[in-house]
Ligand binder design. Structure first.
Ligand code: GDP
Ligand code: IMO
Ligand code: MG
Length: 433
């Protein structure tokens, strides 16, 4: 059975974790494709709130194997802490697998992330400071250390000593920081490798075998496609490709093996960190959205920037990723508004455009062309079927579908597992928890 990709359609935090958990009820395998501990994926069940950073969001489903794919950069401390936390809450980790090809976030990566951000001064990206950018930079520069290296002490020592020598020159000579100690880092990595050894596999073989056997495979992306290093708001992006193409690469799946690309969009926009956000609301409306949507970062706790739905950006992402269907989350947050605005085009330099300019100096100057839609001013949180949603809410959904150019098959009306409304008969219904 071909694969389904779950990706973020905006700037991250769209509710990918919740959707992955829901669709994983019928899946054999969930593969996390990209990113690292910069991600924070929330799942709310009767057992409480789970915040995943590296463990795939299918792990709460007892029949689902969860793979940390080759495209992920793994912060070992975070992963082990997360695994311990899940085990302490009774979640069985026998079904967790880690790709031997995944790269390791090393202790110098978060340090360099912080130093590089400081050096950017007013142009800072607002990274999560988890070391993701420097880890991906080393991967592409062929200076990375992979999970497989942790299991080969001699090779690890050789590769690590070369890297620490180089990084210590940068730390001391460029930044005036103290050097790092090879032995301390090496010992720690060996210990962490020993703990993780039993989970390490050739992940792409596992994934391809599952597809050959006709099993349902889900690919879970981190971040959102507007943070893509190629087609996002560069340079205010992450360092991997949270796209359908990136999902294939990171999970070890061919494009021809993908049946479905589900993009998760919020019913409005949010963004954490710096960079252009054409529909941002720095007023009371934005604050109301923030409070109603509990828009504070899952990983860093930072308040998220909020704004109206940006259909120009949404369509850009839907087209580039061949989005087959959409899950529209946090619709309930809009229950309180008599009128809801949607950005249908941008004003720029006295004209109107319907695409995203590549130049960030232009993108910061675009202002949204807004179209008002009637609100519904009634709670949607108890809706479980299409018939339970107010007409105005369904009209809003249809309006967005037409603008984005893909069908909205699921709607989120609250954080819990049950608060997912299938709009089309083929959409996978929310599971009972
Ligand atoms: P992810 O990174 O895409 O997995 O999303 P996050 O977990 O970082 O952020 C989404 C937030 O919205 C979390 O706090 C979820 O519990 C919450 N959430 C998800 N879907 C809904 C929804 O439909 N309504 C509401 N009110 N909250 C939701
Ligand atoms: P999930 O998977 C929202 C943002 C950071 C920053 C930029 C670069 O939970 O949706 P990085 O640390 O990746 O170098 O930071 O990307 N960012 C996210 N924003 N959700 C995420 O993940 C994010 N991961 C990175 O805030 O602006
Ligand atoms: Mg998140």
């Amino acid at each position: 059975m071909p694969a389904t990709i779950i990706m973020g359609g905006q700037w991250g935090d769209e509710g990918k974790g919740k959707l992955t958990d829901a669709l994983a009820a019928d899946a054999h395998l969930v593969v996390r494709a990209n990113g690292g501990s910069n991600a924070g994926h929330t799942i709310e069940t009767d057992a409480g709130v789970f915040k995943m950073h590296l463990v795939p969001s299918g792990i709460l489903n007892p029949d689902c194997t969860c793979v940390i794919g080759s495209g992920v950069v793994v912060a070992l401390d975070t992963l082990l802490e997360e695994m311990d936390g899940l085990a302490a809450r009774g979640v069985c980790l026998d079904r967790l697998r880690i790709s031997e090809r995944a790269h390791v976030v090393l202790p110098y990566h978060p340090i360099l992330d912080r130093l590089e951000e400081t050096q950017r001064a007013d142009d800072e990206i607002g990274t999560t400071l988890r070391g993701n950018g420097p880890a991906y930079a080393d991967k592409v520069a062929r200076k990375g250390i992979r999970i497989a290296d942790l299991l080969d002490p001699a090779s690890l020592r050789r590769k690590l000593s070369r890297q620490i020598e180089l990084k210590n020159q940068t730390l001391t000579k460029v930044y005036g920081e103290p050097p790092l100690d090879l032995d301390v880092i090496y010992e720690r990595l060996i210990n962490q490798g020993n703990r993780l050894q039993e989970y390490v596999v050739p992940a792409e073989v596992l994934v391809q075998d599952a597809l050959d056997d006709g099993r349902e495979v889900l690919v879970e992306c981190a971040q959102g496609a507007m943070l893509d290093v190629d087609y996002g708001t560069y340079p205010y992006v992450t360092s991997s490709s949270p796209t359908a193409a990136g999902a294939c690469q990171g999970a070890g799946i061919a494009p021809t093996q993908v049946r479905r690309v589900v993009a998760v969009y919020k019913a409005y926009s949010t963004r954490v960190g710096s960079g252009p956000m054409p529909t941002e609301l720095c007023d009371e409306v934005g604050q109301t959205i923030r409070e109603r949507g509990r828009e504070y970062g899952t990983t860093t706790g930072r308040p998220r920037r909020t704004g109206w739905f940006d259909a120009v950006a949404a369509r850009h992402i839907a087209r580039l990723n061949g989005v087959t269907d959409i899950a529209l989350t946090l619709l309930d947050v809009l229950d309180a508004f008599a009128e809801i605005q949607v950005c249908t085009a941008y004003h720029l330099n006295g004209g109107t455009i319907d695409y995203l300019p590549a130049r960030d100096d232009l993108l910061v100057h675009v202002t949204p062309v807004l179209t008002g839609q009637p609100g519904w001013l009634s709670p949607t949180t108890t809706a479980r079927g299409r018939a339970d949603l107010p007409d105005e809410a369904l009209a809003y959904v249809s309006f967005l579908e037409r603008l984005i150019g893909a069908p909205i098959t699921l709607v989120g009306v609250g954080p819990s597992r049950q608060q997912l409304v299938p709009l089309h008969p083929e959409a996978v219904p929310a599971q009972a928890s």
